[in-house]
Design a protein around this ligand. Structure first.
Ligand SMILES: [Zn+2]
Length: 283
């Protein structure tokens, strides 16, 4: 099978993006895999530190590997927003395909040092392993919020992007350019596509990652992909679909106690959202 890096090379040339979906249950993972197979596109599945703690690092690896073996489909497991050396190392040691080391809240020099340390460790284990770093301050949580204030200093700086990539060896870069995590109900979020264009110019070989793919207008996401984004993370919309279907299910059938019955609508709703996103990212 081709490596994740090779899939990124292809997707970049095609001006499309690879979808990245978080899971903390086996049925969410199954939904993502089935949709990716159906649409015949590579997919990244992921656990944050919290999700990994719930699923188990080795268990997440084993689950994803079982789907890789069964389908022969390109499914890659990412450790999403791992914020320390210890957790990033735990993911690499457990067998994750890739890691986002997120030291973006640290001072710039410390971000560079920790990211480089993780890149060097990953490459020592597997020279093909791609590591993602993060620049700029991505505000918000993967949930529904009224408003999230973005400050000018939160944005990724093009001059730092070049320096960061050269010093760390990160091959994917999460950038803050007007995006946030989660969904806001009292505020429209807009991307700064001019800033994206400037960053693409200084790091043309790097795969730029859009986090907070929930709650953005489809045409804005499409524009960002045409301007150089090659990876889009979605979590909140998937969580909401799962949650809302579950609430509806328990409202209509409060005495249903069989998990594979009461979880089925959530699994189906998850598939629906994942399908729409993958179609959008690859059209
Ligand atoms: Zn994120």
């Amino acid at each position: 099978m081709k490596t994740l890096k090779e899939y990124f090379q292809e997707i970049k040339l095609a001006k499309k993006a690879i979808g990245h979906f978080n899971f903390s249950t086996a049925d969410q993972l199954r939904a993502f895999v089935e949709v990716a197979v159906e649409l015949n596109v590579p997919v990244m599945v992921a656990t944050s530190e919290g999700e990994a703690k719930f699923v188990g690092y080795e268990q997440a690896v084993a689950l994803v590997k079982s789907w890789q073996d069964k389908t022969g489909h390109p499914i890659f497991l990412n450790a999403d927003h791992h914020k320390s050396w210890e957790t990033a190392k735990a993911a690499i040691d457990a067998g994750y395909d890739t890691v986002l080391i997120d030291a973006s809240k640290m001072p710039y020099q410390e971000n560079v040092e920790l990211t480089k340390k993780v890149v060097d460790y990953a490459k020592s284990k597997n020279p093909d392993m791609m590591i993602e770093g993060e620049l700029g301050y991505l505000r918000g949580e993967s949930e529904v919020q009224a408003k999230v204030e973005i400050k000018p200093e939160d944005y990724a700086k093009p001059e730092e992007a070049r320096d960061f990539v050269e010093k760390t060896g990160a091959e994917r870069l999460a950038i803050a350019f007007g995006n946030i995590h989660g969904i806001t109900t009292e505020q429209d979020m807009h991307l700064d596509l001019d800033l994206l264009g400037k960053i693409v110019e200084v790091v043309p070989e790097t795969n730029l990652v859009l986090h907070g793919g929930s709650g953005l207008l489809d045409n804005e996401v499409s524009d960002a992909i045409k301007r150089g984004i090659t990876n889009v993370h979605v979590n909140t919309e998937l969580r909401m679909a799962y949650h809302d279907a579950l609430v509806k299910q328990f409202t209509s059938e409060p005495n249903q106690t069989t998990p594979y019955k009461f979880l089925k609508p959530s699994y189906e709703a998850t598939k629906e959202v994942a399908r729409k996103k993958l179609e959008l990212f690859t059209r």
